[in-house]
Design a protein around this ligand. Sequence first.
Ligand SMILES: Nc1nc2c(ncn2[C@@H]2O[C@H](COP(=O)(O)OP(=O)(O)O)[C@@H](O)[C@H]2O)c(=O)[nH]1
Ligand SMILES: [Mg+2]
Length: 315
Amino acid sequence: MELVKRLLSGDMRAAARLITHIENELPDAREAIRLIYPHTGKAHVIGVTGSPGSGKSTLVDSMITEFRKKDKTVGVICVDPSSPFTGGAILGDRIRMGNHFTDKDVFIRSLATRGALGGLSKATKDAIRILDALGKDVIIVETVGTGQDEVDIVKAAHTVLVLSVPGFGDEIQIMKAGILEIADILVVNKADRDGADKLALELTLMVDLGHEEKADQKWKPLVLKTVATKNIGTPELIETIERHLQYLKSSNLLEINHKKNIEREIIELVNEHLINHLLGIMKEGDFEKLIEKIVEREIDPYSATDEILKKLYSN
Ligand SMILES: Nc1nc2c(ncn2[C@@H]2O[C@H](COP(=O)(O)OP(=O)(O)O)[C@@H](O)[C@H]2O)c(=O)[nH]1
Ligand SMILES: [Mg+2]
């Protein structure tokens, strides 16, 4: 495949094209993934999540600057399902990361899909693979931390940054969403504002509490303060991110987590395939009729499932 050849030789335009194919779920996107797969698995994938306006894009921009100083090539994927088609958020991210648009070692791309549940996390995983095969050392995925899809996206990252800002009541949100459990580094951004120290302290206490409960876990999430607009705290952040990767490698967690992710992905793919296959072999309206029967209590959910599965095994 010509596009794949170009991608593997470092052509960013080929990468952009392939990601568009992934977004639109074109059949050749799958073929491309098959061809590039042996060339993936080299990049360090970093997830950046937090409420809208917490400064994710600004921080990513600042992180790119630091990584470039270390001669690392960078790929960025912005996932914003809250406004996939308006282009507003996408344009905003481009402007905020505009410092790097002329750097050929930086690739920035927004991602949107019209797919059903799970479509976005699937597309993100494949887009990560594209940038990995393109040869980027570091791939940063920016995503608003809400919804199952988003949590799945973040789980695909090796190192997860969760942003919060003073004066938002963010710490409560973080606890509610269970985001704390997936955070490797808690970033208090906008540390130039009042209340940053208090928030950092609260988060540290929360981490300490959570950490005692899970004593087997050796990496204790760190709390760092940044002022993304001024690149303050970013060098320390990058250092911590790199230290986390070293920890993953030395503890063998990189491999263990990777296997877990693959397992989850395969189960999801088989699941999706089976559901589509079943819906395909059921006659038009059969499914709705069955649902209606359950609603009317003519049949129970287990027996209804048996009925559906019978169709699967007889096909
Ligand atoms: N005062 C201050 N403002 C910041 C900081 N980081 C980002 N901002 C501003 O916060 C706003 C939202 O930033 P953005 O990066 O778009 O947030 P995102 O929605 O999380 O990607 C922008 O106006 C930024 O300039 C910071 O550290 N301090
Ligand atoms: Mg943003």
